[in-house]
Design a protein around this ligand. Structure first.
Ligand SMILES: NC(=O)c1ccc[n+]([C@@H]2O[C@H](COP(=O)([O-])OP(=O)(O)OC[C@H]3O[C@@H](n4cnc5c(N)ncnc54)[C@H](O)[C@@H]3O)[C@@H](O)[C@H]2O)c1
Length: 254
């Protein structure tokens, strides 16, 4: 896949949440390939270390893996502080981590609700809160929040997740308004169905794939790498006039 070259990302200090596997790992690799000083936070130590090993063998700018649970706001804050210590003030934040758990309405407890929102919505706000003081000082910064087309699709199997993903769009627009005067841009990416290992292991069925391909304009399944170009574009000065937007990357359904 060709992602092009975004010269201003070379040497940029980039932080990606959930960057150890799935779409996040493709994003980590994409930013490393641009020459960015890339840090990623993930709860999965094995995935994080193996990604560092793989990318370290191919690139000089080895990414920094920060092992933390993003539901723990203090752990998130201290991970961000470590990224800043190693790479300098963050100029690009990618809020990617999520947990697309399925649930029945009657099984959702207040504790489940809070846990779900903590990984699907809350950490995005607190990561933004932590990086914006430095971005304000620099007078620039780009934030990319991952939402999902699922919140527009009346899916019945994961309403707590889709509520959070709808919230990501509201968060994106609200913070774009608050941070635009400081030169900080906040945009979102809404992927369609992307064939990560987790999707293949847990949710893919022949019928689901067939339905998706029938609905998509593009008659191929989306891969994690399909999210990289759009994210690099939103992170870089190539999109300097864009903020408060949600870019849909779903092969043409919405
Ligand atoms: N894959 C899809 O089809 C799809 C569709 C629409 C939207 N998205 C969105 O794209 C983004 C990436 O999705 P994905 O499919 O790659 O997800 P994934 O589940 O494959 O990967 C998520 C990553 O986040 C990490 N993570 C999960 N919980 C964490 C926690 N508490 N603390 C720290 N790290 C944690 C995981 O270890 C993993 O590396 C998400 O925001 C998701 O909602 C994905």
């Amino acid at each position: 896949m060709t992602n092009g070259r975004f010269a201003d990302l070379e040497g940029a200090s980039v932080l990606i949440t959930g960057g150890g596997s799935g779409i996040g790992a493709a994003l980590t690799e994409g930013f490393v390939a641009q020459g960015a000083r890339t840090a990623f936070i993930d709860i999965d130590a094995d995935a994080g270390q193996s990604l560092v090993g793989r990318l370290g063998a191919a690139h000089d700018n080895v990414p920094l893996f920060l092992h933390a649970d993003l539901r723990d706001v203090e752990a998130l804050r201290s991970s961000i502080a470590r990224a800043v210590e190693s790479h300098g003030p963050i100029s690009v934040l990618v809020n990617n981590a999520a947990w697309d758990d399925r649930h029945e309405i009657e099984d959702v407890t207040p504790e489940y609700w809070d846990r779900n929102q903590a990984i699907n919505l809350r950490h995005q706000f607190f990561a933004i809160q932590a990086v914006t003081p430095d971005m304000k000082k620099a007078g620039r910064g780009s934030i990319v929040n991952f939402t999902s087309t699922s919140y527009m699709m009346n899916l019945g199997t994961l309403p707590v997740y889709t509520a959070a993903k709808g919230g990501v769009v509201g968060l994106t627009k609200g913070l774009a308004g608050a941070l635009g005067p400081y030169g900080i841009r906040v945009n979102a990416i809404a992927p369609g169905w992307v064939m990560t290992e987790r999707q293949k292991q847990l949710w893919v069925t022949d019928e689901g794939l067939q339905d998706t391909l029938e609905q998509q304009c593009l008659k191929r399944l989306l891969q994690p790498e399909d999210m990289v170009g759009p994210c690099l574009f939103l992170a870089s000065g190539a999109s300097a006039g864009m903020t408060a937007q949600t870019m849909i990357v779903d092969g043409g359904i919405q």
